[in-house]
Design a protein around this ligand. Structure first.
Ligand code: PEP
Length: 251
């Protein structure tokens, strides 16, 4: 049985103080949920404070990005060593906004995945097709390319540690959610790509989250699908009470 992982992605929202207050509220609301892993992807400026505020609770903190070098002349970047040094356990990589606005390639994302794993961080590798790609029948081709690119060169043991977040780009922040059946069909295809790369044991164990306008009303039905192992949640993770309902659905 795969454990569900429900992760929030705050993107570039909240002040440090607001972030701290939200984590305090969230940890009180979700303390009893033992059957789900809970993660919040926060802006880098808040990570150190949020790691302290969440310490000892079942709320874990993720970075939203990192640079695949330990240290050096990379102005403005944050390394996996820095993340580990403040107690961060997860890192979101290859989000469609990073692919689109910061031109991140599968090769670069792959370097980040390898670097995160080498430092004991759990990568949440985001993949997903754009609307025109879905409409022209390229969904599998695009997701397959992003999985193969993002997980290239990993050993079986490394591959087992990667969380995949399937996020159809047309569903992110748009209020348009993939239907549970549509999402399930794509998750199944993604799992097959992972099987072809790393074998059945890895693919059966890989957590594949759904992301894209998941909310308190649709989370339970999406997460009830056999190949959907939780969610990566943007807008609906900003409010602790709303996010708690989604976490409860995954518990
Ligand atoms: C996301 O950006 O990861 C996301 C899923 O956003 P939203 O839930 O707001 O669509």
């Amino acid at each position: 049985m795969r454990r569900k992982v429900v992760a929030g992605n705050w993107k570039m929202n909240k002040t440090n103080e607001e972030g701290i207050e939200t984590i305090k509220e969230l940890r009180n609301l979700v303390g009893e949920y033992k059957n789900v892993d809970i993660v919040i992807g926060a802006p880098s400026i808040m990570l150190a404070d949020l790691a302290k505020v969440s310490a000892g609770s079942n709320v874990k903190i993720a970075a939203q990005n990192m640079y695949p070098k330990d240290s050096g002349a990379f102005t403005g970047e944050i390394s996996p060593v820095m993340l580990k040094s403040i107690g961060i356990e997860y890192v979101i990589l290859g989000h469609s906004e990073r692919r689109e606005y910061f031109h991140e390639s599968d090769e670069f994302i792959n370097q980040k995945v390898k670097s995160a794993l080498a430092h004991g961080l759990t990568p949440i590798l985001c993949i997903g097709e754009k609307l025109e790609e879905r409409e022209t029948g390229k969904t599998l081709e695009v997701n397959s390319k992003q999985i193969k690119g993002g997980m290239a060169g990993l050993s079986v043991e490394e591959a087992k540690k990667v969380i995949v977040a399937y996020e159809p780009v047309w569903a992110i922040g748009t209020g348009k959610t993939a239907t549970p059946e549509m999402a399930q069909a794509t998750h199944k295809e993604i799992r097959k790509v992972i099987e072809d790369m790393f074998g059945l044991e890895v693919s059966n164990g890989t957590i594949i989250q759904y992301g894209g306008s998941m909310n308190a009303a649709n989370a339970a039905e999406l997460m009830a699908q056999p190949d959907i192992d939780g969610g990566l949640v943007g807008g609906a993770s900003l409010d602790a009470k709303v996010f708690e309902v989604i976490i409860k659905a995954g518990n």
